[in-house]
Design a protein around this ligand. Structure first.
Ligand code: FUB
Length: 336
């Protein structure tokens, strides 16, 4: 879907005296994406850049029993989005039957690995079938993704963390980490090179808790100027107060001291702004935050829509609070 907005600059063109100063060829109006960036109920957007395309992999935000597939969306410029239906489907993951959640994508060695949660695993329930975090692989970011392991990669509750809301972080030394967890607990574990399991830490443990104060779910990590930024969602995802906070550390293991919230509802724009991801345009200091929010006045918890805003840092490296908008971001074609 294409959203085109004429920016305020055009209005200014009618100001007295403008005609004399205007260039002979009027500037092309900048396009803006508009929020939400594509139609439909979607949540937990994982944003990525592969080649000259932006990608977004969201959760299909329907009742759990209908969450049996994942769609993806691609764009050359953040404005025009193409839908890739059912890039992963429970039909190709035998152990997954509902609640397919919060994809995380990584490219390695020419293959694309899509990590996902499935089944809303609750081991305390009688006859609970397997569930947790799985991994699927494809030759293209558009799929089709096929189950890599034929079983969950994480199918147990470790350190109190529900096995959902996975994120894959690649550190500067080439090591990949799975960072995940619901129920207010977050773990980090080092992935094996082929993503089929984990490399235990030197102390013999596999899952290390890095849960910061206020953490609920939806973790994410990135590195900037030698610092590790750890971000997560707080509050309840069905309600208006869902939001995003962050901490900064010197290693992927922290310790992480909560700095504060940077994304939250704006009662004039949308509510429940949370479960985000972050992308940096390669070779620039341009950063974007993808997140979901509820439309104003809509109390259905599943009614979530994917939005995009720019994200900025101050001179000391603090993330500035993000203003949620209806106009979204300007077109940003990728150069390489
Ligand atoms: O979309 C399903 C769940 O809602 C996610 O796993 C949570 O993070 C919340 O966004």
């Amino acid at each position: 879907m294409k959203h085109t907005l004429l920016l305020a600059g055009l209005l200014a063109a009618s100001a007295p005296g403008w005609a004399q100063r205007a260039p002979a060829t009027p500037a092309k109006p900048a396009k803006a994406a508009g929020n939400p960036i594509f139609p439909g109920w979607y949540a937990d957007p994982e944003a990525a850049i592969f080649g000259k395309q932006y990608w977004i992999y969201p959760t299909y935000s329907a009742p759990y029993n209908q969450q049996v597939y994942l769609d993806a969306f691609s764009s050359p410029d953040l404005v025009t989005w193409t839908k890739h239906p059912h890039v992963l489907d429970t039909a190709s993951v035998k152990w997954a039957h509902r609640a397919m959640w919060a994809p995380a994508i990584v490219e390695k060695g020419g293959k694309y690995y899509l990590f996902f949660g499935a089944n809303d695993y609750h081991p305390e329930k009688a006859n609970e079938p397997p569930g947790g975090i799985g991994v699927a692989v494809a030759d293209s970011p558009a799929g089709p993704f096929k189950d890599l392991l034929k079983r969950p990669l994480v199918g147990t509750v470790e350190n109190g963390a529900q096995p959902i809301d996975q994120f894959v972080f690649k550190d500067g030394d080439g090591k990949y980490y799975l960072i995940y967890g619901g129920w207010g607990h977050c773990n980090i574990a080092q992935l094996k090179d082929d993503f089929t399991g984990f490399v235990p830490f030197a102390d013999g443990t596999t899952f290390r808790s890095i849960t910061p104060q206020g953490y609920v779910e939806g973790p994410l990590m990135f590195r900037r100027q030698g610092k590790y930024y750890f971000m997560w969602s707080e509050g309840g995802w069905t309600g208006p107060d869902y939001s995003v906070a962050y901490a900064v550390g010197d290693s992927p293991f922290g310790p992480f001291q909560r700095v504060g919230k940077i994304l939250a509802q704006d009662p004039k724009v949308g509510t429940g702004a949370g479960h985000h991801s972050v992308i940096q345009v390669p070779g620039t200091e341009r950063w974007y935050i993808a997140y979901h929010r509820h439309p104003l006045g809509d109390a259905d918890g599943n009614h979530r829509q994917v939005c995009l805003e720019e994200m900025h840092f101050d001179k000391t490296g603090r993330i500035l609070p993000v203003k949620i908008t209806t106009q979204g971001v300007a077109a940003q074609p990728l150069k390489r």
